[in-house]
Design a protein around this ligand. Structure first.
Ligand code: SAM
Length: 278
């Protein structure tokens, strides 16, 4: 089969399995199997695949057809300027979380060697992106999941940011470790258990349950953050769609000031922040 024929057949197969963007996914998977860019696929449209190449492409497409997330099948995923390893040990970093990082970078601007705590670091995405884009920042990145921390450690190694990112096993329900910090950030688990069934199967059936479902994680962070934040330092939270107003009210009630919300690219408020002034 030629590259073009494999692309067409893969697109049809993935479409038949209910994959939402079958052509784009087929391009990513066939490109990965052939170690080509997606553009190269079209430049080499008529070239025939070897049998081993075809076998690799088939296996990647089969996995995606079983609704395994594209980022897990590929094994890596772009997050801001970094390419991070992704697998079932941790949540796949999302585009809205890039906006969380953007807010943190703005709030850290002008601080010399700020200390930052990332609560529920998963793949390490937020901590690593802040370390990458805020060259003086020192990050403590905590998670309760040993699996997530193992993946984060591989990402620390891969990005070469290990001198400024420390990974710590910690359960946020017992409070927050260390401090004082110049900023605390978290994308906590925020799917309600009763909402789980309504999630896309690629999320519901593949991503780690503790990374998705969280009862009271946001509230626990809001309660604990004042004990570890420096005076006037901010807390930045990613929130579930439709909950920004409630989380902003929670911060206000807890005594945070300058409470603000930031929308994602679709215009939905997904980031809430406030400053702790003792
Ligand atoms: C929504 S994921 C966010 C992962 C990553 N920060 C990101 O934005 O891609 C939430 C993370 O919180 C972690 N987590 C869940 N419960 C926790 C707890 N009690 N203490 C610490 N981390 C927890 C999960 O293991 C998961 O890695």
């Amino acid at each position: 089969m030629t590259v073009g024929q494999v692309l067409d057949a893969s697109t049809k197969y993935l479409g038949g399995k209910g994959v939402p963007s079958p052509r784009v996914d087929a391009e990513h998977l066939v490109a990965r199997a052939l170690d080509l860019s997606r553009l190269d696929l079209y430049l080499q449209h008529d070239r025939a695949l070897t049998e081993p190449e075809l076998a690799v492409a088939r296996e990647l497409v089969r996995r995606r057809g079983a609704r395994e997330p594209l980022a897990y099948v590929l094994g890596d995923w772009g997050f801001r300027r970094l390419t991070l390893l992704t697998d079932r040990r941790a949540l796949i970093p999302r585009p809205e979380t890039e906006i969380v990082v953007e807010r943190c970078l703005t709030l850290l601007d002008g601080l010399d060697a700020p200390e930052v705590l990332d609560v529920g670091t998963g793949s390490g995405a937020i901590a690593l992106a802040i370390a990458d884009e805020s060259p003086g920042a020192r990050l403590t990145a905590v998670d309760v999941s040993k699996d997530a921390l193992a993946l984060a450690a591989e990402n620390v190694e891969r990005t070469g940011l290990g001198e400024r990112v420390e990974l710590v096993e910690h359960d946020l329900t017992t409070g927050l470790p260390g401090g004082p910090y110049d900023l605390v950030v978290s994308n906590p688990p925020y799917v309600a258990p009763e909402e789980l069934d309504s999630l896309d199967p690629a999320v519901r059936d593949w991503e780690p349950r503790p990374a998705l479902v969280g009862c009271g994680a946001t509230e626990a962070i809001v309660r604990a953050a004042p004990l570890v934040l420096r005076d006037a330092a901010p807390l930045v939270l990613e929130v579930a769609d439709g909950t920004a107003e409630a989380v902003a009210a929670l911060l206000g009630t807890a005594g945070f000031t300058e409470v603000a919300r930031t929308p994602d690219l679709a215009g939905r408020d997904r980031v809430v922040e406030g400053r702790w002034t003792s």
